[in-house]
Write a protein that binds this ligand. Structure first.
Ligand code: HEC
Length: 172
């Protein structure tokens, strides 16, 4: 028969183990964490919002090292209030999608930002090609610091997004 304190200790450990899985990055795999930190996309395919920004300049190894470190920090239960993506009053669908998916995190408000996307307007003759690029930029340039958007962006948002890229490209 277990003494009470020992039983309580075991229960506390089980609670702790559950907290590890339930809170923060507890359930996240290493690749999921790397994708979030570098490209701003969560395991459920939702995107992060300011003030958290993507860090595409980190290498996979650097992001993995941060993951390894965070896994050594004892977990706590903590309800996180999620910031919501900037809603732009009166925005057209393209502009709204641009902010909804956090394109501004790397391309700024004007399309320039840290990486200038305005060339995309002329690099791709048709919207089909532009959209194909946005879905899978890693096909054109392996190791590119642009996220793979396929499976993240809703199908209905691609066309307005492509026209917004063209609108930004028109201001060069
Ligand atoms: C984590 C950073 C990041 C985010 C977020 C991001 N991009 Fe990019 N994007 C890049 C980088 C880096 C490049 C330059 C790629 C290269 O080196 O060729 C780029 C290039 C582009 C280009 C230009 C391609 C060309 O011909 O030069 C387009 C268009 C583009 N992005 C669209 C988008 C759209 C639309 C979104 C939002 C759905 C988005 N990007 C979000 C990093 C990002």
């Amino acid at each position: 028969m277990l003494s009470m304190p020992l039983r309580r200790l075991r229960q506390a450990r089980r609670d702790g183990a559950r907290a590890v899985r339930r809170t923060g990055i507890g359930k996240w795999s290493e690749p999921e964490f790397v994708r979030l930190v570098r490209f701003g996309v969560r395991p459920d395919a939702s995107v992060i919002a300011y003030p958290m920004v993507p860090y595409p300049e980190l290498s996979d190894d650097e992001a993995r090292a941060i993951y390894a470190y965070l896994r050594t920090v004892p977990p706590i239960r903590n309800a996180v209030q999620r910031p919501v993506a900037t809603a732009i009053a009166g925005a057209d669908a393209g502009r709204a999608a641009y902010y909804k998916y956090g394109c501004n995190g790397c391309h700024g408000d004007s399309g320039v930002g840290v990486y200038d996307l305005r060339k995309g307007a002329t690099d791709f003759a048709t919207d089909e090609e532009l959209i194909a690029y946005i879905r899978h930029p890693e096909i054109r340039k392996p190791g590119v610091k642009m996220p793979t958007w396929d499976g993240v962006i809703a199908e209905a948002d691609y066309a307005p997004l492509a026209s917004h890229v063209r609108a930004l490209g028109a201001h060069r």
